[in-house]
Design a protein. Sequence first.
Length: 181
Amino acid sequence: MHRTDTDLLAELAGRGCSGRTEERFEDGFVQRRKRDGHFSIVEHASFTFSIIGISRACLAQLTRHRHASFSVESQRYSGAQSHAVVPPSMWRSSPAMVIVRRVMAETRAAYEQLVALGIPKEDARFLTVQGTTTRLLMTMNARSLIEFFDKRMDEAAQWEIRDLATKIHAIVIKEAPEIFS
């Protein structure tokens, strides 16, 4: 993870908005501004994460957070991955896992056969499953992260994106406690 000097930037923005230019930093300043509904100050703080091993289904949910920047591994150039994220409900069932393994093997074999026939990778990838893993770099400002956590850490959120949001939250709360606590 990479971040800007988050708490400092947020406080500088908050002080600038109120005409207070002195460089006297005080505990709780950013939290008080947030309680007052002044969230624009945390937009100056940004975080960049390397995310590896989420499913394409999770990626589709993640990219709905449009105030973020994404650089995603291309299946066109890297080819189809042979790894997939499997939901816990399937891991708990031996019969389900037999089906999952069979479908993944058949899908991979079909993809490779199509490429061998000269079908472009970007067309052959249409056979891949939503569980296929991917990797990406994501940059999001703190305000967008707060909204992301509100939506994706909720019990109603799908398990994989909830797990990702919880892991990211654990990182940023240590890095920028003034903003995220």
